[in-house]
Design a protein around this ligand. Structure first.
Ligand SMILES: NC(=O)c1ccc[n+]([C@@H]2O[C@H](COP(=O)([O-])OP(=O)(O)OC[C@H]3O[C@@H](n4cnc5c(N)ncnc54)[C@H](OP(=O)(O)O)[C@@H]3O)[C@@H](O)[C@H]2O)c1
Length: 164
């Protein structure tokens, strides 16, 4: 199954100026634990927003770019969503890890979305599609409210009814 994983604001904002909105240690650990040893799919801009522009360690990294000359050590480059879908092993779990353009394009192929919902609304210039307003998606699990230095957040799981 393909799973989207993201941390979103109250407005489903995910980033500003090619950077994240939040830095919550427990959420970073959750992301690492969840995606470790799996395939992760991301856009070229998200790759370049990572520390030193390097792919995630201990994961198979697939990066989407339309630039045929783009390359990156430790990542496979795909020029289209179709190419990504061919490359992903259907029996394995793969994660779409951002950013906005890639979430939007890959969401119809995702069976699940694991969303850290943060109770704050900073200005954003990139958004995750609003799953609460999308009838195809259903909230299936929600954690207790967590707190990091006064910032409240919850881990939520949504299921895509169309792929069930
Ligand atoms: N909150 C979170 O959980 C989270 C997670 C990840 C990222 N983010 C944030 O998201 C923002 C980046 O998102 P973004 O929407 O600007 O960029 P993005 O989705 O990371 O990357 C966009 C780039 O990916 C390539 N691409 C996208 N769709 C493609 C397709 N169908 N076929 C081939 N290539 C394709 C293109 O690369 P080329 O231009 O090279 O052709 C495009 O410019 C940053 O602020 C980042 O911090 C947030």
């Amino acid at each position: 199954m393909i799973t989207a994983i993201a941390a979103v604001s109250e407005s489903w904002g995910i980033g500003k100026n090619n950077d994240l909105l939040f830095s919550i240690p427990e959420d970073k650990k959750f992301f690492r634990r969840t995606t470790l040893n799996h395939t992760v799919v991301m856009g070229r801009k998200t790759l370049q927003s990572l520390p030193n522009g390097k792919p995630f360690k201990d994961r198979e990294n697939i990066v989407l770019s339309r630039d045929k000359s783009f390359c990156c050590e430790g990542a496979k480059i795909c020029g289209s969503i179709e190419e990504v879908l061919k490359m992903i092993d259907k029996d394995e779990e793969a994660f779409v890890v951002g950013g906005g353009e890639v979430y939007k394009a890959m969401l119809p192929y995702c069976g699940r979305a694991v969303i850290t919902k943060v109770a704050a609304d900073p200005e954003s210039d990139v958004f995750f599609p609003d799953l609460d307003g999308d009838e195809s998606w259903e909230l299936s699990e929600r954690s207790e409210e967590q707190d990091f230095e006064g910032l409240k957040y919850k881990f939520c799981t949504y299921i895509n009814k169309k792929t069930r």
